[in-house]
Design a protein around this ligand. Structure first.
Ligand SMILES: [Zn+2]
Ligand SMILES: [Zn+2]
Length: 203
C-alpha cells in the first residue's frame, strides 16, 4: 500500500465497509462482510468439524517442514510488523514467500504466485535429476560390492551378454574400459531386477 495522502473523511465518498466492527476491509461483492471475516465466522461456527478434519490430516516430511517454517515465519512477520518485498523476478506487489532452505524459516525470497510456482517446478526438476544420478551411483556401488561375490558362471554369463550385445568392437575387446564396465553394471542391474522379480522358491 502506497497511500501518500491521509484518507479523506468526507462521508460522500465513503467506500462500503465490512459489517464487522473495527474491520476496515471492503465487503465481498455479495454479502455484508469481507472475505476474511466471513472465513473467521465460518471457522468459529464449525470448530468441531475443523478439529476432526485436522486430526485425520497427515503430512509428508516435506509438507510438515513447510508448515513449520511457514508458521514460524508468519508469526515473526506479524509480530515485528515486517513488510513484504516485491516479487524477485517481476516486481509485482502481490507476493508469497519462498524458502530456499526450510531449516531457516525466517529467510525467505518473495515471489508472485506465478514466479514461485516456476521456482518450485525448477527445484522439483533439479531434484528429479539428482535422484536419477543417485540411483545410478547406488547401482554402481552395489555392483562394486556384490560383483566379486557373484558366482563365476553368472559373471561369465553377464560378460557374454555385454560382449554379444555391444555394437562396438572396441568395447568387446576392452573389458577394462569404462564403457564396458558401464554396460556390465547395466547388465548386473537387469540381473538383480530379474532376481527380485522371481519369487525365491529355489532358495
Ligand atoms: Zn471484515
Ligand atoms: Zn513475479
Amino acid at each position: 500500500m502506497t497511500t501518500t495522502k491521509s484518507s479523506t473523511k468526507s462521508p460522500t465518498d465513503a467506500k462500503p465497509r465490512c459489517a464487522t466492527p473495527n474491520c476496515e476491509r471492503a465487503p465481498r461483492k455479495r454479502g455484508r462482510t469481507c472475505g476474511r471475516c466471513a472465513t473467521r465466522a465460518w471457522r468459529k461456527n464449525n470448530r468441531s468439524e475443523l478439529a476432526a478434519r485436522e486430526r485425520t490430516r497427515t503430512f509428508t516430511p516435506e509438507q510438515a517442514a513447510l508448515r513449520r517454517a511457514s508458521a514460524i515465519f508468519f508469526t515473526d512477520l506479524r509480530r515485528r510488523k515486517l513488510t513484504r518485498q516485491p516479487c524477485e523476478e517481476c516486481g509485482r506487489a502481490d507476493v508469497v514467500p519462498h524458502w530456499r532452505d526450510l531449516t531457516q524459516p525466517l529467510q525467505v525470497v518473495w515471489y508472485c504466485r506465478v514466479h514461485r510456482a516456476n521456482e518450485r517446478e525448477r527445484l522439483a526438476e533439479a531434484a528429479k535429476a539428482t535422484a536419477k544420478v543417485v540411483a545410478w551411483k547406488t547401482l554402481g556401488e552395489r555392483f562394486a560390492a556384490e560383483w566379486p561375490q557373484l558366482a563365476p558362471d553368472v559373471q561369465a554369463r553377464l560378460r557374454a551378454e555385454v560382449e554379444r550385445s555391444s555394437t562396438f568392437a572396441i568395447v568387446r575387446a576392452n573389458p577394462e574400459s569404462p564403457l564396458y564396465r558401464q554396460q556390465l553394471v547395466a547388465a548386473f542391474g537387469r540381473y538383480c531386477a530379474s532376481l527380485e522379480a522371481t519369487p525365491s522358491s529355489t532358495g
